[in-house]
Design a protein around this ligand. Sequence first.
Ligand code: SAH
Ligand code: SF4
Length: 394
Amino acid sequence: MNHALNISAANPNAPRLNEGETALPTSLAGMTRAQLREAAIQIGVDEKKAKMRAEQLWRWIYHYGAQSFDDMTNISKDLRAKMAAEFTLTRPRLTERQVSVDGTRKYLIELSPGVECETVFIPDVAKSGALCVSSQVGCTLNCTFCHTGTQALVRNLTAAEIAAQVMIARDDLQEWPTSNENRKITNIVFMGMGEPLYNLDNVSDSIDIISDGEGMGIGRRRTTVSTSGVVPKIKELGERTGTMLAISLHATNDDLRNELVPLNKKYPLAELMDAIRQYPGLNNSKRVTFEYVMLKGVNDSLAEARELVKLLKGVPAKINLIPFNPWPDSPYECSDWDQIEAFADVVNRAGYASPVRTPRGRDILAACGQLRSESQKVRASELRKQRLAGEGQG
Ligand code: SAH
Ligand code: SF4
C-alpha cells in the first residue's frame, strides 16, 4: 500500500483525505534534499547511506529531469522497484498550454483537484528567458489594477508546487538535462499569482531547490521576488534567499498608493522605503527593481515622474514602467504611449536606463496582472455539506 510521506503531515496545505480515500503515491519531484533523504529511509535505505541516495535522486530529478525510475541507472534495479512502488516522479497536471503570437507561453497547472495556478514563460528578454511563477492561488490583497486581486486566496503553494512550475516549463521547452549554454529559462521571477512574502517559507525552500548548482541551477542573482510591500518580511527575504528584490510601487504618495495598493495603509511609503534600504547586499550591481504600472490620468503625470526620482534617491534602483494590461471589466486604461515616453524621459534623464517593459502575451491574458484562475476556496464545512447532499441523493 502506498502511504503518504511524513512530511505531508507537517504541511498545512497537503490535501486532506476524506474517509475511505487512499492517499495517492507521493511524488519526489519538488522535494528538498532533506525530504528525499526521508523518502530513501522510508523505503528501507540504511540511514548512513540515505544522504548518498538523496544526492543521486537529486541529480536524476533536477539535473536530468527524470520521469521514470528506470532511467536511474546508477541505482540498483531492486531499489528502483521499491521506489516505484512507493513514489512517483510526476509533476502536477498541465491542464492547458497557450502560446502567444510573440512566443510567450502560458501554462495552466492543476495542483490539486479544482486548484489551479498559472505560470508564464517570456522568451528573449535580452537573450534570456524569464519564467514567471506563482506563489499562491489567488491573493489576499486587492490591488485595484490587478486581475489576480479579484480572486480570493485559495491557498499557498507548497515549495514542491513552486519548483514543479519550473520543471513543467522545462519539460515543455525540452531543457533537460541542465546545461550552461543556450538555456531558454535563464531567470525566475516571482511575479505570477499571489504575494510571495505571505508564503515566504515555501518560496524560500523552492528557491533552494531551483537555484541548486547540482540541479536546475538557476542562480539566486537571476531570481527576482516581487512584493507589493510586506514590510516586516523584506529583510528576511534577502537574508533567507539572497535573491533580487522588486517592489510594486505604482504611486509616489500615500494617498494614491492607499487606493491602488491597499496594503499601503498598513505599511506606508516611509516604512516601505526604510525596509528596502535594509535589504541585504544592495549596491550598484544588485539594485532593487521598482515596478510602476502606467494608469492613464491616475499616476502618469510628469510631476509624478519627478516625485518618483526624488523618492528613490539614494537607493540602488532600477525602474520598470509597466504599461497597464487590461483585463475584463478592469477599471483603468493604459496611459497613452506619448505619455509613457515622456514619463520615461524624465526617469531616463535622472539616470535610469530603458525602463519601459514591453507587454508580452497580452493576447493570451498572460501579461503582468492578467493572471487569474477559476479556482475558488471551498471551505471544509461546504465540502461536508456537498458530501452529505450527495449521500442524501444516493
Ligand atoms: N504580488 C506581487 C507579485 C505578483 S504581481 C506583487 O504585487 O508585487 C506582479 C507585478 O504585476 C506587480 O508589479 C504588479 O503590480 C503588476 N501588475 C498587476 N496587475 C497589473 C496589470 N493589470 N497591468 C500591469 N501590471 C500589473
Ligand atoms: Fe496580489 Fe500582487 Fe495582484 Fe496586488 S498586484 S493583488 S499583491 S498579486
